[in-house]
Design a protein around this ligand. Structure first.
Ligand code: GDP
Ligand code: ZN
Length: 281
């Protein structure tokens, strides 16, 4: 919890905890909260203010759904290669931003790895949208200044698949972040509650960049068949042979996925992980 310029370790008031437990995540990054600071310097969160915008994971059960609150800007990050640009994924993040009341910005990183004309052809269908696009190379610094300007004085978060370069972009924006974050983490380690590694990077010209495990996991749309297909291609491949078209692969007779698990063609741990995600968390 950032209070003024200080970091204050906070716990939730008991009643608040019980009230909100079923409804949604209790407090997420970006929430405005009322805190009473106690004599030992720790705080107790008394109230969570109504949320102006919400960043929600589609397909999750209620409690794990909310990833952040009050973001102004959702920065959708893609790379040209490794992993390959995926316009479909961009469009789904845009839908999430829209639904949650946030503006969106597309960053295409690793422009050093692809011909600009090719990148241009990928982006052509998106030009019709009212979507600012910044091309970057976190490696050599191209586009970083434009990205910094777009983030200034806003509360933003970067979303996108693992490996597109989010961490490196954050570092390129401000190489000092790493050191400062290290300090904050040490403060937290002294406290009892070390559960979340939520990070709010203060930006030079004002504003913050939020980075939390919950935000990063947004790249995976849990419970959603299409994103599951990206993560578990072997399950989807076997599923084509199931008897029922809407087979859940958990209990149905003649389920080709279950058969593949029995025969060892599909790893059992991965199958069980798949079932958990398909069930929505
Ligand atoms: P994250 O998972 O989205 O946080 O991605 P990382 O920041 O960890 O980057 C993944 C890999 O891509 C690392 O090896 C980075 O060094 C590399 N990378 C990041 N940005 C660029 C870039 O602009 N160009 C190239 N060639 N590699 C990059
Ligand atoms: Zn099946």
């Amino acid at each position: 919890m950032r209070l003024g310029e200080a970091e204050v370790l906070c716990s939730l008031r008991g009643r608040l905890k019980r009230e909100r437990q079923q409804a949604t995540s209790l407090v997420v990054v970006g929430d405005h909260v009322e805190v009473s600071v106690q004599s030992d310097g720790t705080g107790v969160i008394q109230e969570v203010a109504p949320r102006r915008t919400v960043l929600e994971r589609p397909g999750f059960r209620d409690r794990t759904r909310l990833a952040a609150a009050n973001l102004d800007l959702l920065v959708v990050v893609q790379s040209t290669r490794l992993p390959a640009f995926n316009r479909h994924l961009v469009e789904r993040f845009l839908a999430i931003a829209d639904r949650g009341g946030m503006s969106a910005l597309l960053v295409v990183n690793k422009i050093d790895l692809e011909d600009p004309a090719v990148v241009g052809s990928w982006l052509a269908p998106l030009r019709a949208l009212d979507l600012p696009i910044v091309l970057t190379c976190a490696k050599d610094g191209r586009g970083i200044e434009r990205l910094r300007e777009a983030l200034t004085r806003r509360l933003a978060a970067m979303v996108g698949p693992s490996g597109v370069g989010k961490s490196r972009l954050i570092n390129a924006l401000d190489p000092g972040f790493k050191a400062r974050i290290g300090e904050i983490s040490r403060v937290h380690e002294k406290g009892k509650h070390t559960t979340t590694a939520s990070r709010l990077y203060p930006l030079e010209g004002g504003g913050y960049l939020a980075d939390t495990p919950g935000i990063r996991e947004l790249a995976l749309f849990e419970g959603d068949p299409e994103s599951l297909a990206i993560v578990f291609p072997e399950v989807v491949e076997a599923a084509a042979r199931c008897r029922f078209r809407r087979c859940s692969h958990s209990h149905e007779p003649s389920c080709a996925v279950k058969a593949a698990v029995e025969s060892g063609a599909i790893d059992r741990d991965r199958y069980e992980h798949y079932l958990r995600l398909a069930a929505g968390g």
